[in-house]
Write a protein that binds this ligand. Structure first.
Ligand code: NAI
Ligand SMILES: N[C@@H](CC=O)C(=O)O
Ligand code: NA
Length: 914
């Protein structure tokens, strides 16, 4: 074989067939005192002394003559489907150990024929560029740097090879290095390296790794040849970072090469190629993948496997979405859409050569051979069948940051041909890249996204281009720039043409409270693009990803106040989580628990069976702001709910802000709804305007369906005249149990012990708790009342109202037992019972809370334990037959159950199946 570039690199193959260097070349070498075979003369460096074209042409013509002799035409390559092509990047051949694994992979592929494309060992390409850089800038250290390159390959070869193979490789390596030394010296003198010079120097990394690997495969007893792809792969440069393969010419050369090197295993150099004039060049960015794809196409291989360090193509950037999954298959179009958006897939260029012949590309992890990777191919027939779920039509999501939207708006645009031309002409003039365009059919505005760094120039160009239209008032809003934007794209073949996909996407964004600035969907049907504010981008990505990939209703929860109710809720969540996930697809994850002193945060969800232990081990100082930021902003789940299980009005004062941020709020805490009226009204108005939910069923009657019953009546048009009831579990228990056998204070202690009371039982005995419930129901029914508008009978003995603490109060209460015993006796004497009731009178528009007496046959007289009873008198449920809800209205289990059912209501609002 007589390839020039192979001769330069002194490969074992090429040496055997080397042509004699031409006389002219030898004499040039002598006159410059360079090694006889110095590639400098072949690379155009001599153009400084003569014409580069002529020198190159002279040298290369002889090679071409040999390559393209007649017989090449007659050679047939073995049948395509017998070939399996592999590509191993720099990290795959980064050390002798890794090169051994690569050899094992090649050997274990049971295809009849195999071609492996290899990159330079990791870091070598950079080392080679650095050599050039150093030599050009006359930095002497290039000599030491070249020694490091030599040493890296020498020691790797010593590890891998022995005998003649080792001797031969090392001798050629030393020759190459001395040639490179001479070239670099010349570059040093000239202070300049041409592009082809650079490409030639840099390409050595691939030559050496291909030679070592092929020797290693041979050492395993297999027939194997290495291929310098510069002899075969012919490309035409189209721009500084792009080349077009010449398939016809490359095919001819491949046949010729193969006729001279028939082998069942070929190790080919990636990245490097030649121009039609046989000048060494490279395939530029992602060159080795491209080499493998071109080789696959030239051989019409049965598949091309790209070995890398990830398990395949992810459904979204796993650094942003920790639950991103590896996609099993992607169509060619989907793969290039994903790669455009920065997903670590293949360069779109790589896909085209193999797509023409329907050759599948498989992306696999060299470090995890058990993972089957991602297969990129034409959509499988089964995928095309009907009945696919909307979810499966979206393959992945990608984002682009640092964009700005430009909006050109005005009346003078509609129906005026040439407006778009003028706009984008101006953009082109400043060399900006338009990433997405959207124009509504009214034609009054065009908006487009450009990289943020280009937007100032774009705006300036547009202003000057449209100055006249602006002055004349034909463009009204002129050029508005919206900075700090990002693009979120959903990719999936056919998704855009399937009803429901975009609705699902936009719904997920709406539910995560994300505002969309612009939308574009090409009729290619592979991609739906939305422009959002940059700060929303990751949350949006997670929202849509989880909508399509996670359970439809994955909810991140933050529990505030793990006291009696909060901790009982955590137990119930622990016991029910698996059933909810399995049967209802509801995935509830407690990402944080905070008390007033300590908080526990988790990135994936707290293990609820040992949250107390974890809190002791990993708890940190409570900080509500940090807590909320963590639960809402710091993870992959789009829906956030904060469950306030405190009785704290400070915590309640944050609801407005949380709802505004799109955080759902669920609470048994009555403080927000019974606090200042204006704040309540603002809170409810905000909640009604947004997709954010605020549920508080447990604030009245604990788990009993009081709020929901009232809502049902109101929303279906019933007219309520009165709501009357025993609203306090504590006071119900007290008056149901205080029947003369035990002292009043003893019964109060029992209620506290049973978990019915407020954290401070005086809130119950004072009637405040009932008043709060009355206010909540009154406001829910439309009355605009303040807590102070409700007259309340206070059962806390006057001297104890100012006691320092709840404990102090409980200690002193027995001193006042007599007062209550007297009230009880008076009632009994009259054949009545004592009941502490609340009333909302919607006719008189007022409320009242008091201790009343009821006849022993009244429904309120037949309560037991912590029963609440609430009677709704309405137009449909008249005075004599009110709608009655009755049952335990306090206690840990029923209250936590009420909160839990609000959480499930939220899940169903978010789309959980019923
Ligand atoms: N006990 C019951 O039967 C019912 C209670 N509720 C309501 O449930 C809520 C909780 O009641 P319990 O669990 O009985 O009270 P609790 O006193 O046992 O628990 C409240 C917890 O909140 C914590 N806390 C207080 N302020 C906090 C703050 N700023 N940040 C973080 N944590 C804070 C406390 O340290 C405590 O752990 C109250 O609002 C109560 O009105 C509602 C219906 C029934
Ligand atoms: N302390 C309250 C608890 C429920 O709101 C009561 O006793 O009803
Ligand atoms: Na309730």
């Amino acid at each position: 074989m007589a390839s020039l570039s192979a001769a330069i690199s002194h490969s074992p193959n090429s040496l055997a067939h080397d042509t004699k260097p031409r006389k002219n070349y030898q004499s040039q070498c002598r006159s410059l005192r360079l090694p006889r075979r110095s590639p400098l003369f072949r690379m155009g460096f001599v153009s400084r002394w003569g014409s580069r074209e002529t020198t190159n042409a002279r040298i290369f013509t002889s090679v071409t003559d040999v390559l393209l002799d007649e017989s090449a035409e007659k050679v047939q390559l073995p049948k395509g489907d017998t070939w399996s092509v592999h590509k191993f990047g720099g990290t795959c051949v980064g050390s002798s150990e890794r090169i051994k694994s690569v050899a094992d992979i090649i050997l274990s592929d049971d295809s009849e024929r195999k071609l492996a494309v290899v990159s330079a060992m990791s870091k070598v390409t950079d080392m080679m560029y650095d050599l050039i850089e150093k030599a050009q800038s006359r930095d002497d250290s290039y000599v030491a740097a070249l020694d490091a390159v030599l040493e890296k390959h020498r020691s790797t070869a010593l590890d891998l090879l022995d005998g003649d193979d080792l001797g031969s490789f090392l001798s050629h390596l030393h020759d190459d290095i001395s040639n490179l030394k001479a070239m670099l010296r010349a570059i040093y003198i000239a202070g300049h390296a041409t592009e082809s010079f650079t490409d030639f120097v840099v390409g050595h990394g691939e030559l050496w790794s291909a030679q070592m690997l092929s020797s290693l495969v041979r050492k395993n007893g297999m027939d194997c040849k290495w291929m310098d792809t510069r002899e075969v792969l012919i490309v035409n440069p189209v721009s500084s970072n792009q080349v077009d393969p010449d398939y016809l010419e490359s095919g001819k050369r491949l046949k010729k090469w193969y006729s001279q090197n028939p082998s069942k295993i070929i190790i080919a150099t990636g990245f490097i190629a030649s121009t039609p004039q046989n000048i060494p060049t490279t395939l530029k960015r992602d060159g080795s993948d491209f080499s493998a794809a071109i080789m696959g196409a030239l051989f019409k291989a049965r598949q091309v496997t790209i070995w890398t360090d990830v398990n395949g193509v992810y459904s979204a950037d796993p650094r942003k979405v920790s639950e991103a999954v590896i996609l099993k298959t992607l169509s060619y179009q989907e793969a290039w859409e994903m790669s455009y958006f920065g997903a670590n897939v293949l360069h779109p260029r790589t896909i085209i050569p193999v797509m023409q012949y329907s050759i599948p590309i498989i992306i696999r992890n060299i470090f995890d051979l058990s993972a089957s990777g991602t297969k990129i191919c034409h959509p499988l027939v089964s995928d095309k069948e009907h009945g696919q779920s909307v979810e499966s039509l979206v393959k992945g999501f990608a984002t682009i940051d640092n964009l700005a939207l430009v909006n050109v708006e005005g009346t003078g645009m509609a129906g005026v041909p040439g407006t778009a031309h003028a706009i984008f002409g101006a953009v082109k003039d400043v060399g900006a890249n338009v990433i997405m365009i959207s124009q509504a059919s009214s034609e009054h505005s065009v908006c487009f996204a450009v990289p943020e760094k280009e937007v100032v120039a774009v705006a300036k160009a547009l202003t000057s281009r449209f100055q006249q239209a602006l002055d004349a008032g034909r463009l009204s809003k002129v050029i508005a720039v919206i900075p700090n934007c990002s693009i979120l794209a959903a990719v999936g073949q056919k998704m855009a043409s399937t009803p429901g996909v975009s609705a699902t996407l936009f719904n997920a964004l709406a539910k995560a409270n994300i505002n969309i600035r612009a939308i574009a969907q090409g009729c290619s049907e592979y991609n739906i693009t939305v422009v959002l504010k940059r700060e929303d981008c990751i949350r949006a990505l997670r929202a849509v990803h989880s909508r399509f990939y996670l359970s439809r209703t994955t909810i991140a929860m933050g529990i505030i106040g793990p006291g009696l109710i909060g901790s009982t809720l955590l137990e119930q969540l622990r016991d029910q989580a698996a059933v909810l996930k399995e049967e209802f697809n509801i995935d509830l994850r407690v990402m944080g628990i905070t008390g007033s002193r300590t908080m526990l945060l988790s990135d994936m969800g707290i293990e609820l069976s040992r949250w107390r232990e974890l809190q002791k081990e990993k708890g940190e100082a409570a900080d509500l702001e940090k807590f909320v930021q963590h639960v809402h902003g710091n993870h992959f789940i789009p829906n956030t709910v904060l469950v306030d299980c405190t009785a704290d009005s400070v915590v309640a004062s944050h609801y407005y802000d949380w709802l505004r941020k799109g955080i759902h709020v669920i609470t048994p805490n009555k403080k927000a709804n019974s606090g200042p009226l204006d704040q309540y009204l603002e809170l409810r108005a905000l909640q009604r305007q947004s997709y954010t939910h605020y549920f508080y069923e447990a604030t009245v009657g604990a788990g009993l369906p009081i709020i929901s019953t009232l809502r049902g009546l109101l929303e279906t048009g019933d007219k309520i005249s009165k709501i009357e009831g025993v609203f306090s579990g504590t006071l119900s228990y007290i008056f149901n149990s205080f029947i003369g056998k035990r002292a009043f204070s003893e019964v109060v202690a029992e209620a506290k012990q049973a978990g019915y009371t407020e954290p401070d039982p005086r809130d119950d005995l004072s009637g405040t708790d009932v008043a709060r419930k009355v206010i909540i129901l009154a406001r829910e029914s439309g009355l605009k009342l303040e807590l102070s508008d409700i007259p309340v009978e206070n059962l806390v003995p006057e001297p104890l109202r100012a006691s320092a603490s709840a404990e102090e109060f409980m200690r002193q209460l027995p001193q006042f037992d007599q007062d209550m015993t007297k009230k009880l006796k008076d009632a009994e004497d009259a054949g009545e019972v004592l009941r502490f009731v609340g009333v909302v009178d919607l006719v008189k528009q007022k409320g009242v809370v008091q201790l009343r007496t009821y006849k022993k046959d009244h429904p309120f007289a037949h309560l037991s334990g912590s029963d609440n009873i609430i009677a709704f008198t309405t137009r449909r449920y008249g005075e004599k037959q009110p709608l009655i809800v009755r049952g335990p209205g306090a206690g840990a289990q029923v209250t936590a159950g009420g909160i839990f059912s609000d959480i499930l209501r939220l899940a169903s609002y978010l789309g959980a199946p019923s």
